[in-house]
Design a protein around this ligand. Sequence first.
Ligand SMILES: [Zn+2]
Length: 390
Amino acid sequence: MRTKSRQEELVLNPKVMGDHHRLLLLRYLRLHGPTSRADLARSLGLAPSVVSRLVRELLAEGCLVERECPKTPLGRRPTLLAFNPDYRTVIGAHIQTDKLECALLNLGGHVLARWESIIGKEPGPEQVFELLFKAVNALRRENTLGIGVAISGLIDVKTGRIVFSPVLQWEGINIREALEKGCALPVHVENDANALAVAELLHGAGRNYKDFLCVMISDGLGGGVVLEGRLYRGMLGGAGELGHTTIDPSDGASICRCGERGCLEEFCSKRALNKEAQRLGLEDWRTLGEMARRGDTHAQKAFLRFGYFLGLGLKNAVNLLNPEAVIIGGDLAEFADLFLHTAKEVVCKHCFPGGRTAPEIVLWQVGKEGFLVGAGGLVVEEFLSSPIRA
Ligand SMILES: [Zn+2]
């Protein structure tokens, strides 16, 4: 027997249709900011009476708030309606190799409280889960909708299982199952570069673009792809793993932690710069950056090489996706003045054909909080994608 299409379901079931309109209205206000009732009806193609009824309900529930319209030259000033970011809260968590960061956020991505814990090198899942339970219990409120967890590696988002995380050496661990059991809240697990891309999309430089690539350069080099205003994950959340594209297939190329030879992150990452620093008798990538800024030519050369290879990697990605923008984030963004110009030059010169498809290359806006904000943002996205009642 043929099942009903979504469209048929909407027409046939007034309750489903009402829920659908509620979500449309909430999503619109979240994206476009304060809007009048009349503009809402026009933009959403809904009858004014339907908008009035929905707004009445949502105001009573606290999902919306009324705002005064800025001064207009003439006539009556309509009251504007806005999505209320303080209606509920979410928890964002970022599991890293050396620490666990968590935050309580409002629905607008604003951090309300923080929790941080240092963890040992290559931590086991049990140790991290225990800390996560502690963090969630310390941060959660009665109105907390759920937990978003950002972690490096391939994630099966549907089940919350880590397929493989080379950084943590975790394989087949189901974070969602463990956390949902321990905390009794819905859990969303996401690759950390994808979470960062979502944060940029909702609150950062990505608001200006429909299609962009968000590149995170830290210990390794990760990436998140946004197409048509939505995160594109691919089969296992591995879309945008730019760091593991091959840039040097020769026998002498160094072997990446993924096991392959000559990956881009062997040239463009903190790890790669640490090797350069060691070679020059310096402490680490940060000291190398500081020396380059002070005019040390060897350190400067290391960053020029870094920029050149980053440019090549980006050029390949741009030829594949033709995005409007590339957003550069991660720890290395702090030293962008030393390598971004070179990377841009390579992209502008070599993107097919003759550099014509070169996108804008900009720095991240959300900064290090982006992983937490993006992880929490995914919980908000889920909340705004399914019928809700107060
Ligand atoms: Zn690799």
